[in-house]
Design a protein. Structure first.
Length: 386
């Protein structure tokens, strides 16, 4: 049973700044999906070499409300701000979040408060309670069908539906596995990650009861409103999944990376999104390497071959060097992989018998101590399945 989180917000003197944006459009309304009754299904087990760590969400402790003394401040013209929660607050699916702030309304204006995805889907809205000193408060339900980056948005709207003012707070929506028997979770890419135009972008995560066993990954440009690349793939059922998508060569700057299954507004729709930065291929800083498989904390089986693959951006000589080292620093095995035109690389290394314990996989490009050197490490375990 989830614990309702009490959000404490500190009332402050009402100051209106020119930063309050005027105008804009309302997001596209999406019906809140109803989580279906418990359905039994056989989850597809993870491969023997792919056992990713499952993150655990711990709700923050309840806050103690503070009741300050407020002085009324006169305000000219419509305006609104959000004072709580803080930027980047993590909200668990199924949770009720309390949000609030200050507003100045005309006689026929109204205040609307919504939870919106970067791709402009309205996923939750609430009635607003007006308090003294031009303050307001609202309780929003966090739906089960969306996770990742989102925004709390407050709009001042006139009687004709025109947006006169708005304010927003970025938040993070976390997947609630215990309270949701159908979900989609994204491990990679992560918010703030840098990718490169013309190269593969790696996605992976966990899903439960994917609609039609079909997952779609996509990239959205122009403030996350225009889809510029899309790739769909079939799964064998619930469990761990991976996929690649090529970033278009003419796309640079901030974008949204989105994974979803089902259709928006339907009961089987689940979607997650993160914000990324795309560098042009000719940017001198667009030089990096990533390990896609095996995922972090995987269990590697001794005496068997291991397939490793990932992406590399602008690798010198189109070569990636991959090493597996034991916890004491001993080199267990090493190999070299060629990088194709889209940055994909792969090779197979053999894990010797009678090896047990922690290890680290290192993938690198370029010569160490040079400007063209980049490296990525991931921790794994070597041993037999218990």
């Amino acid at each position: 049973m989830l614990t309702k989180i009490k959000v404490c917000w500190l009332l402050i003197p009402l100051l209106w700044l020119s930063a309050c944006s005027q105008g804009g459009e309302l997001p596209t309304r999406v019906s809140t999906a109803v989580v279906p009754d418990q359905v039994s299904a056989t989850s597809r087990p993870l491969p023997a070499t792919s056992t990713p760590t499952i993150p655990v969400f711990t709700p923050p402790p309840s806050a103690t409300p503070v009741v300050p003394t407020i002085e009324s401040t006169s305000v000219a013209g419509p305006g609104v701000n959000i004072t709580s929660p803080n930027d980047g607050t993590q909200l668990l699916q199924g949770q009720v979040v309390t949000t609030g702030g200050f507003v100045q309304l005309g006689s026929s204006d109204k205040l609307s408060v919504m939870l919106v995805t970067p791709t402009n889907h309205l996923i939750s809205e609430a009635e607003v309670q007006m308090n003294d000193f031009n303050s307001w408060q609202a309780n929003l339900n966090v739906p089960h069908h969306t996770s990742g980056t989102a925004e709390l948005v407050a709009f001042v709207i006139d009687e004709e539906g025109t947006v006169l003012a708005r304010d927003e707070k970025p938040v993070q929506l976390l997947v609630n596995r215990e309270g949701n028997d159908r979900y989609l979770e994204l491990f990679r890419p992560v918010t703030g990650e840098v990718a490169v135009a013309g190269y593969n972008l790696f996605f992976d995560g966990i899903t439960e009861l994917p609609a039609d066993n079909l997952v779609t990954i996509s990239i959205w440009n122009e403030s996350c409103q225009v889809e510029v690349a899309k790739q769909s793939f079939r799964l064998r059922g619930s469990g761990y999944w991976q996929g690649f998508i090529v970033v278009p060569r003419d796309v640079t700057g901030p974008v949204c990376a989105v994974a979803h299954f089902g259709s928006p507004g339907e009961d089987n729709w689940r979607e997650t999104q993160v914000l990324l930065e795309i560098l042009p291929a000719e940017d001198p800083t667009a030089l990096d390497v990533h390990i896609g498989n095996p995922p972090p904390d995987s269990l590697l089986i001794p005496g068997k071959p291991l397939l490793l693959y990932g992406t590399a951006y602008n690798a010198p000589d189109k070569i990636v060097t991959v090493s597996i080292l034991l916890e004491n620093g001993r080199l267990l095995t090493e190999g070299v992989a060629e990088v194709n035109d889209f940055g994909y690389w792969e090779l197979e290394l053999f894990i010797p018998d009678e090896i047990d314990g922690l290890a680290q996989i290192e993938a690198s490009i370029g010569q160490r101590d040079s400007d063209e050197f980049a490296q990525h490490e991931t921790k794994v375990n070597i041993g037999t399945v218990q």
